[in-house]
Design a protein around this ligand. Structure first.
Ligand SMILES: NC(=O)c1ccc[n+]([C@@H]2O[C@H](COP(=O)([O-])OP(=O)(O)OC[C@H]3O[C@@H](n4cnc5c(N)ncnc54)[C@H](OP(=O)(O)O)[C@@H]3O)[C@@H](O)[C@H]2O)c1
Length: 217
């Protein structure tokens, strides 16, 4: 035993895809993993998210990492997208991460922890049909950038990961909406994105990785 305190991580979107794989890999290492799945709290409901985060933060002395992985996507032109779709993208992809982060910062500061935002290549370039998703992810990058600047002096590291298409249920849904045949072998494996996130978390204390872009070869 090294005498190190047990490491604790909160993973959103831990019920499938990248989030599930990340939560499993951290648990396999013996870390404590809190899996924020939809049955725990619906990230569309900002008031419920704030309530859950307040309760969770109450019993929490330190949090080593806050891993924002949950996300929602629906394609459509600006002419087609209705208010509900816009609201869901902004609530799940942007407001929920902001609310969770704000409540959990004291525990992150206590641990010298890391906040990881799983963004997207659509958070760097917004193509036709991707407005709601891309706008929410551009906003997520802004949230990360402000947080990084605010928390550098408090010992909290902030990383945005920008994966391109990754073979998960979300990508299958995107293919359906694009009317394309889905072939998982063409896209990045979720395990590869998880390897990159673990590298960020395991980085020695002398450095930080502000942003990481991951593309298929
Ligand atoms: N797959 C890609 O090609 C790709 C590329 C770039 C970035 N990303 C990003 O990677 C992250 C992980 O996505 P993924 O690819 O692993 O897809 P995924 O398997 O669909 O995972 C998304 C997760 O978010 C959860 N979620 C969505 N809406 C929620 C809500 N209202 N309340 C609680 N949880 C909610 C989902 O839960 P339910 O299953 O209950 O809906 C699911 O577990 C997302 O942020 C996504 O934008 C994905």
């Amino acid at each position: 035993m090294t005498g190190q305190p047990e490491r604790t991580h909160l993973v959103t979107g831990a019920g499938s895809g990248i989030g599930e794989e990340l939560a499993d890999r951290l648990a396999e290492r013996g870390d404590r993993v809190v899996r924020l799945t939809r049955d725990v709290v619906d990230l569309e409901d900002a008031v419920a998210v704030a309530r859950w985060a307040t309760d969770f933060a109450d019993d929490l002395e330190r949090l080593d990492s806050l891993l924002h992985v949950a996300g929602t996507v629906d394609l459509g032109t600006v002419a087609e997208l209705d208010l509900d779709v816009w609201q869901r993208h902004l609530d799940v992809n942007l407001t929920a991460p902001a609310v969770l982060t704000s409540h959990l910062l004291p525990a992150l500061r206590a641990a010298g922890g890391t906040v990881v935002f799983v963004n997207s290549s659509a958070g760097l370039v917004a193509n036709a049909q991707w407005s709601a998703y891309a706008a929410s992810k551009f906003g997520l990058r802004a949230l990360a950038d402000s947080l990084r600047a605010e928390e550098a002096g408090n010992g909290v590291r902030v990383t945005t990961v920008f994966p391109s298409r990754t073979a998960t249920p979300m990508q299958e849904k995107v293919h359906e909406q694009e009317g394309r045949t889905y072939d998982a072998s063409r896209w990045i494996r979720p395990a590869t994105v998880v390897d990159s996130i673990l590298h960020v978390l395991d980085l020695p204390a002398d450095a930080t990785i502000p942003e990481l872009v991951i593309r298929p070869r």
